[in-house]
Design a protein around this ligand. Structure first.
Ligand code: SF4
Length: 335
């Protein structure tokens, strides 16, 4: 964090303004070697090289789709890799960030969850991921929706996001940063107490416990009733809206009855909206198919008639392995 440099500088006999030069070098000049930070004294650069190596995320592969979405596979120092996705839109350039290598939450429709979790990312690795994206354009928004469950790596994720948000760091506004959880209740409770204006989105994907537990094992630990009470508590404490993500899967959770049940569930949270997303097919579950347009519109219509604020989202980057975890899966050695 920016302020953490000051005691280090003081210990080395350097003035506090050097902290600004360090941040400028790291986050504006994109240095990847301390030798490039020529505003800093040479002997201090040697100290930085030995004591504070710069974490890099090397781009191993880029897959680009016709709609301009780019997915990057980033290599980490220990040989592991993670994905980040860059999504251009009018007036926006959104980066989807990963917080773990793989994921331990095991959602049935997710490529990242299909191989389990390898390890959580450190905050410097998450920031390196962001910097790899920023080299390709000015990021206006971050969604923490990539590989991994951010609340299973709460401290390192929050540390990284606070740094990206820091005024003398990259300075990305808190309201432009969205954290997405599959429903880890203690994480939602902690975020409510942080006093920071990050946005929260919760992946619901099913309107009842029977179906949700089949699609998302996390529901067995924190079922819908507990989750919704926690979400209502979050909106009461923060006065911030929660977005519920609902991926529509053909023949699984796409019936009119599901839509009606979903409306009833979401209305338990006073400040809520729903994003409806048609499933992006994943190679490990050929039985999960994308719903047709008519089904999506029916679902939208039922929610709107039940006074639930709803947005129909499009899957982006369908030809870029853009469903989370797919590019990494393609690169893993086959068993
Ligand atoms: S959808 Fe998210 S929480 Fe679920 S397995 Fe995939 S990465 Fe993990």
């Amino acid at each position: 964090m920016p302020d953490e440099w000051k005691p280090i500088l003081s210990e080395k006999g350097l003035r506090p303004f050097r902290a600004d030069q360090i941040l400028q070098s790291l986050y504006r000049d994109y240095i990847d070697d301390w030798d490039q930070a020529t505003t800093l004294p040479k002997d201090f650069r040697e100290t930085l090289k030995s004591e504070f190596p710069i974490t890099r995320a090397e781009t191993l592969d880029i897959s680009e789709s016709a709609d301009g979405t780019r997915k990057l596979l980033l290599g980490l120092d220990d040989g592991n890799s993670v994905e980040t996705v860059l999504i251009p839109a009018t007036g926006r350039f959104t980066q989807c960030i990963s917080t773990q290598v793989g994921c331990g939450m095991g959602c049935a429709f997710c490529a990242s969850g299909s191989q389990g979790v390898v390890r959580s990312l450190r905050s410097d690795e998450i920031v390196a991921e962001y910097m790899a994206g920023r080299r390709l354009g000015e990021i206006t928004n971050i969604v923490v929706m990539g590989m991994g469950e951010p609340f299973a790596n709460y401290d390192e994720t929050m540390r990284a996001l606070r740094l990206v948000n820091a005024g003398r760091g990259p300075n990305l506004g808190a309201r432009h940063i969205t954290i997405s959880t599959c429903g880890v209740v203690p994480g939602i409770e902690r975020l409510a107490g942080e006093g920071i204006q990050f946005e929260l989105s919760v992946s619901l994907h099913a309107p009842n416990d029977e179906l949700r537990s089949r699609l998302m094992p996390v529901n067995r630990k924190w079922p819908i009733d507990v989750l919704m009470r926690t979400c209502a508590g979050y909106t009461a404490a923060t006065k911030r809206i929660i977005t519920f993500e609902y991926t529509v899967i053909k023949g699984v959770n796409d019936s009119r009855a599901c839509a009606e049940e979903l409306a009833e569930v979401v209305r338990r949270v006073p400040m809520a909206k729903v994003n409806l997303i048609p499933l992006s097919p994943v190679s490990h579950r050929p039985d999960f198919e994308t719903p047709d347009e008519r089904t999506m519109l029916m679902f939208l219509d039922v929610l709107m008639k039940n006074r639930v604020q709803t947005m129909l989202r499009r899957s982006r980057g369908k030809d870029a392995d853009a469903a989370c975890g797919q590019l990494r899966l393609r690169h893993l050695p086959q068993k």
